[in-house]
Design a protein around this ligand. Structure first.
Ligand SMILES: Cc1cc2nc3c(=O)[nH]c(=O)nc-3n(C[C@H](O)[C@H](O)[C@H](O)COP(=O)(O)OP(=O)(O)OC[C@H]3O[C@@H](n4cnc5c(N)ncnc54)[C@H](O)[C@@H]3O)c2cc1C
Length: 383
């Protein structure tokens, strides 16, 4: 049986993905030189992302997944507004894509192959551009905000409070993309630690990642008066109040941010499902939100907070108030979050929300599913 046109095209692109994406971007930058500065200096990761996206579209368009892919492209289009992408840029991208593919398939592809190429190029740019233009009618490409406060909570953790020029409409538990003046052109996701505020107040907890290009600059270099750009909100981490089940929350380090926002939001309701929060870090002194969370739990009996530390002793640069660890109903548990949470049973009847570093999310989700928590009950942000 002969290969389908999609498979033939995929085989041609797979012959040398790196060359293909290099040629595509070179053509795009020749057609629209101003787009070069929308991308990072090192394009390796970007090229890989583009290739993976094209492959996903090629295999999914024309199948049952098409509607999901179109929704994904629309979201991508709305996201790209923050870079200043215009309709002319989408047209240049379409040309660059078609020309680069044509170089591989030859000037006269057979009709079936031509249909696949036209559909790929047409749907991609048109959907992204259309969604971006529709959203531009009622939402700015990004919001601007001024830093009001910057506190170093620990050696590698900072709290940043900002005043946005206008309220940023996000749901508790969602994350936003952020660009700071110390790293122009580089957007990173951060999760607000408070629910959306009608007056535009924002608060983030940022951990400096070793060797990171942006987070260490936020932690060490942020100054009062800095202007940040805040992009569109994303994510669907939420407490499903209709589900009727209780909630297990598991937060590692600065992963507490979206769960803190959800808990603060829940305080506005008279009735809530029970929430069992395991809040973990390497050392007790890094559990910077513990005092606040315990305070909340004292007036909101639906909330239980269990502190977890991999090492119960603080190193010399951290100091935990011994009174603090005596302040809650639950004593400090030692171990990784996965071990400690798992030691309580399978939690199979709970909605489970996990938030933290990619490593922490991976190991916690793996552990929970292994001990019997249904994978469908576990929610976490992409990492
Ligand atoms: C949905 C979502 C929400 C997020 N919310 C927050 C938040 O509220 N507060 C916060 O501080 N960070 C948050 N992050 C992480 C943040 O977006 C950045 O990825 C992180 O700050 C690293 O950026 P960087 O530029 O310093 O590192 P990069 O230069 O991008 O990466 C440097 C190295 O660090 C690794 N790395 C990237 N991110 C992490 C990480 N989180 N943990 C460990 N290693 C990592 C990379 O793989 C790479 O090897 C969130 C990420 C996602 C996906």
């Amino acid at each position: 049986m002969s290969a389908s046109p999609t498979d033939r095209l995929l085989a041609l692109l797979h012959a040398d993905p790196d060359r293909f994406t290099k040629d595509l971007y070179a053509t795009l930058f020749a057609l629209a030189p101003e787009t070069r500065e929308m991308f990072p200096a090192n394009m390796a990761e970007q090229r890989q992302v583009l290739f993976d996206t094209l492959e996903l579209l090629l295999t999914g368009l024309g199948t049952d997944d098409e509607q999901d892919l179109i929704a994904f492209l629309a979201q991508l289009g709305r996201d790209h507004r923050r870079y200043g992408v215009t309709s002319a840029h989408y047209q240049a991208f379409t040309k660059a894509l078609v020309w680069t593919i044509r170089d591989r398939v030859g000037p006269r592809p057979d009709p079936a192959l031509r249909t696949v190429i036209v559909r790929l190029a047409g749907i991609t740019a048109a959907t992204m551009d259309g969604a971006a233009r529709a959203e531009a009618e009622h939402t700015p490409a990004y919001w601007e905000a001024t830093v009001l406060e910057h506190h170093r909570l620990t050696r590698d953790l900072a709290l940043v409070r900002l005043q946005a020029d206008a309220a940023v409409p996000y749901l508790p538990g969602q994350y936003v993309s952020v660009q700071v003046p110390q790293a122009p052109g580089q957007w990173r996701f951060l999760s607000p630690t408070i629910p959306a505020d009608a007056h535009g107040l924002l608060e983030f907890q940022v951990r400096a990642v070793d060797g990171g290009q942006v987070s260490p600059r936020i932690v060490t270099g942020t100054g009062v008066g800095d202007r940040w750009r805040i992009g569109a909100p994303h994510g669907a981490l939420e407490v499903d109040r209709q589900a009727g089940s209780d909630v297990l929350m598991i937060a590692g380090g600065s992963g507490i941010a979206p769960l803190r926002a959800l808990i603060l939001d829940m305080c506005n309701y008279g009735f809530n499902p029970r929430v069992h929060l395991f809040y973990g870090a390497r050392h007790p002194g890094e559990l910077v939100e513990l005092a606040t969370l315990w305070q909340i739990s004292m007036t909101n009996p639906w909330l239980t907070v269990v502190p977890v530390a991999e090492d119960p002793e603080d190193p010399w640069w951290l100091r935990t108030d011994p009174e603090l660890l005596r302040g809650g109903l639950h004593t400090l548990r030692t171990g990784t979050l996965a071990q400690v949470v798992g030691s309580y049973g399978s939690w199979s009847d709970r909605q489970v929300l996990v938030s933290g570093s990619p490593r922490m999310i991976r190991s916690t989700v793996r552990h929970l599913t292994r001990i019997g928590t249904p994978a469908d009950n576990i929610a976490y942000d992409p990492y």
